[in-house]
Design a protein. Structure first.
Length: 418
């Protein structure tokens, strides 16, 4: 039984790895098809021999052959015998991402989601806020799109940007910095996938049903779908940044992470505007290059601003007040004092609020190991990265001995036995 308990964090880590792999694979498929069709749509050309209802065509070469593609702005005169739908890439990306968030941030809420220094929450409360924010965000965005603002795309985009910045600030009042960026990415990705599921696909089905019934499809459905697709196009690059941010504490662990995220959304606009304009053969907007660089340096500058002074802790409260019952088991387990000395000596110079290792500005992945409470909270990570494997310290730069790794493993097992 004890051995199975010790295997639990290993199996859980592999589950996270599998979900992350699946998420990346499906995201590549979705983003790739999205970028391709946006570029194709913008690059369509007029031709004298276009059939009735065709908006434009494009000749492409790939894989040793030529492709001749035509787009019908509303629909062709009759339903084709074969029709390929692009939807599962989006659905699979969101579902795998949601599963990954549940495994990492919901199941690991005490370490990765809840920041007691910002707001003291029970696990169920933090998870409820996490889930509700994604749902409410979509409902608000959808209501804006369906309002009269839908006829003013630029104004709508500005309001969407404001909504995203407000959500970033709001998340930063509640969650850990790592969870802030992840949830903002999930919030944005939920809007994008919901656009596909609730708007784009149903509208396309209406058009198909009209063709099958011999009716002329209403152009409004294509117009609505086009608006949502455009939003998705401009949101894609920021979502990728937010997905990757959990590996870079300078982005997520800064108190100004919500402002960094705001600049990233603006960079998404400038980068996509450059490529969209180029694909449409409408010019060469070189101004977007210095604009993007300035925004990026703005994010770098924000990450260098000093951290505010931490709130004073009541040292008399002891570990009991700071830790959950599960975490307290590790703090009271046989060997904890020895492991604390090992971690303090081998790990805390980097995993600190102000790292002492040259070239490291913030604690790797935001994990701090400066106190007994920190060590007890991070028991699973210490066991996996420094006990069960030699992932930490990287390249064993602090010369952690084999016996010290064995001591970490023994302590972890003793805690499970207790």
């Amino acid at each position: 039984m004890d051995e199975m308990a010790a295997l639990s964090p290993i199996l859980w880590a592999w589950l996270e790895f599998a979900l992350r792999w699946l998420h990346v694979i499906t995201a590549v498929a979705w983003i790739g098809s999205s970028f391709y069709f946006i570029a194709l749509d913008l690059g369509l050309r007029k031709a004298d021999d276009l059939p009735k209802g065709a908006h434009g065509e494009e000749w492409q070469v790939h894989g040793g052959g030529f492709y001749h593609i035509r787009k019908f702005l509303v629909a062709p005169e009759r339903m084709p015998e074969h029709l390929t739908w692009f939807k599962w890439e989006s659905y699979s990306t969101w579902l795998s991402g949601a599963a990954l968030m549940m495994v990492v941030y919901w199941a690991g809420a005490e370490l990765y989601l809840i920041d007691a220094g910002k707001m003291e929450l029970e696990i169920w409360q933090a998870v409820a806020i996490s889930a509700a924010s994604l749902t409410l965000g979509w409902l608000l965005y959808d209501a804006l799109c369906k309002s009269a603002l839908g006829e003013s795309p630029t104004t709508l985009m500005l309001l969407l940007f404001c909504l995203l910045v407000i959500m970033a600030w709001g998340y930063n009042q509640i969650f850990t910095g790592r969870a802030v960026m992840l949830h903002l990415g999930a919030f944005t990705a939920t809007i994008m996938t919901a656009n596909v599921f609730f708007i784009i696909m149903p509208n396309q089905r209406i058009v198909v049903a009209d063709l099958q019934a011999g009716r002329a499809p209403d152009p409004k459905y294509g117009k609505i779908a086009k608006l949502r697709s455009t939003h998705n196009n401009y949101l894609t690059l920021p979502v990728i940044f937010l997905m990757l941010s959990n590996h870079y504490p300078l982005a997520f662990a800064s108190p100004y992470n919500w402002l960094i995220a705001a600049l990233v959304f603006l960079m998404g606009v400038t980068i996509r505007h450059y490529f969209n304009t180029k694909h449409a053969r409408a010019g060469n907007p070189l101004w977007t290059i210095p604009a993007t660089v300035l925004l990026f340096f703005g994010a770098i500058w924000l990450s260098t601003l000093p951290m505010p002074a931490p709130a004073e802790h009541d040292e008399e409260s002891g570990l009991t007040r700071q830790l959950s019952p599960q975490q307290l088991r590790f703090a009271k387990a046989e060997g904890f004092e020895e492991v604390s000395d090992i971690v303090m000596g081998r790990c805390s110079m980097c995993h600190a609020q102000e790292p002492g290792w040259e070239g490291i500005a913030t604690a790797p992945k935001g994990v701090r190991l400066e106190s007994e409470a920190d060590i007890a909270k991070s028991a699973d990570l210490i066991y996996l990265h420094a006990g069960r494997t030699n992932a930490m310290p990287p390249a064993n730069v602090t010369f952690m001995e084999y016996e010290e790794r064995q001591a970490i493993t023994k302590w972890y097992h003793k805690a499970l036995e207790g």
